[in-house]
Write a protein that binds this ligand. Structure first.
Ligand code: 3HC
Length: 373
């Protein structure tokens, strides 16, 4: 089976980004959203992203026009009937995704593959909402989708191996680096990333550092493209809270419970960039945060890094994912300059273990203890 027409349901930042990825790669794309304004927002997100590429000289106006001409938009699921693959990119709410998949199952031709871009929810439960669970798969892109080169392909116990193979082939045709993973909450990258982001807000909530100190620490001392609060704003704080709830329901660990500072921002409608404010206010252009307090930055950097590297060691040691997939995911999915195992290699695993033990002892949080292997 070859893919010629691709559907995308949900045209927020991720959905519109996925539309752009496929249209840029030469596929015909149908973008569907639940309302006229949501369709307009998707069109506008695509137009802005292409205009940015044209203004930077990365695309000619003619190429941008060709990409735009490959995409059609609408509100009706019937528009997706002939799609070979439909990717759902709706908000991270299981009941909503289940409802969408049941509608997609009725609307899309029987040979069509249905994929979810869920960040953490059970692909199996989503597949169960259809009469074709063997053709339902996870295809998890990273924000901004046209920029980040990593995609997680999530299969379930229902998945047809040929379907998985076709999706891997398709992902490669998009110029993405793929990792295959079974259906586990948070998959590879979000399981690591969200705990790190939550840890940062827990430090903030405890008054141990400011958001500027935390963001400057990770940018300046680890070379990350964004600090944790900036990244929470980019992803959407509401989305992050939902992902953490799913991870927490699985691990039951207090460190995975969404931090109060995130929950209260969401309650106040401050969801990050998409709502105009989150940890930061986006009504005007922001400079990257800096802070001269080296002692606090060093402490925060140490604590966030030790906990995160410890999680990576545990993820690999328990057979959840390979070092290569973890390193690729964090570099190509989140733009980090180095993968965690490259960092561990350079500082030494014993130092990381000692750092974890010290963090556990100082904070009294047993979950930071290194695992006994
Ligand atoms: N759409 C398309 N292209 C974009 C873009 C967007 N929204 N934002 C930036 N770009 C492109 C720019 O055009 C530019 O392209 P070029 O190199 O070809 O000129 C390139 O990205 C760099 O952009 P800028 O110079 O404007 O800005 P920065 O250098 O500050 O990079 C960033 C912006 C790419 C967002 C970078 O800060 C970054 O990688 N941040 C980390 C983002 C991250 O971690 N994402 C993963 C989050 S987890 C996730 O998405 C999973 C989900 O399930 C929660």
């Amino acid at each position: 089976m070859s893919f010629s027409q691709i559907g995308v349901v949900g045209l927020g930042i991720m959905g519109a980004g996925i539309v752009e990825v496929f249209a840029r790669a030469g596929y015909q794309v149908v973008g569907v959203a639940e309302s006229g304004p949501a369709v307009d927002a998707g069109k506008s997100n695509l137009a802005k992203s292409l205009a940015r590429a044209v203004s930077k000289g990365k695309l000619s106006q003619e190429q941008s026009d060709e990409i735009t001409a490959r995409v059609s938009f609408g509100e009706d699921f019937e528009l997706l009937a002939d799609c070979d693959l439909v990717i759902e990119a709706a908000p991270e709410i299981l009941s909503l995704k289940v409802e969408i998949f049941s509608k997609l199952d009725a609307a899309v031709k029987p040979s069509g593959i249905l994929a979810t871009n869920t960040s953490s929810l059970s692909v199996t439960e989503i597949a169960n909402a259809t009469t074709r669970p063997e053709k339902v798969i996870g295809m998890h892109f990273f924000n901004p989708a046209p920029v980040q080169k990593f995609v997680e392909v999530i299969s379930t116990s229902h998945s047809d191996v040929q379907v998985v193979g076709k999706i891997v082939e398709l992902g490669n045709s998009l110029g993405k680096h793929l990792a295959q993973i079974s259906d586990q909450p948070g998959f590879i990258v979000n399981k690591l990333l969200l705990r790190y982001l939550n840890h940062a807000v827990q430090i903030l909530d405890a008054g141990q550092a400011t958001k500027e100190q935390m963001d400057a620490a990770m940018r300046e001392l680890s070379g990350y493209p964004m600090g944790p609060c900036e990244l929470l704003d980019l992803i959407g704080i509401d989305t992050c809270v939902e992902i953490l709830k799913t991870i927490h329901a699985d691990t039951k660990l207090e460190i995975d419970e969404p931090a109060a500072g995130m929950v209260s921002l969401v309650s106040a409608g401050a969801k990050g960039r998409k709502s105009g404010s989150g940890f930061y206010d986006y009504s005007e252009r922001l400079d990257a945060p800096t802070d001269p307090n080296e002692a606090i930055k060093n402490q925060v950097h140490n604590d966030l890094l030790m906990a995160y590297l410890g999680d990576c060691i545990a993820m690999e040691a328990t057979g959840y994912a390979s070092k290569t997939d973890i390193d690729s995911g964090m570099k190509l999915g989140c733009g980090l300059p180095t993968g965690p195992f490259e960092v561990i290699e350079s500082i030494g695993i014993e130092k990381v273990r000692a750092g974890q033990a010290e963090l556990a002892q100082r904070t009294g949080i047993a979950a930071y203890q290194p695992l006994p292997f």
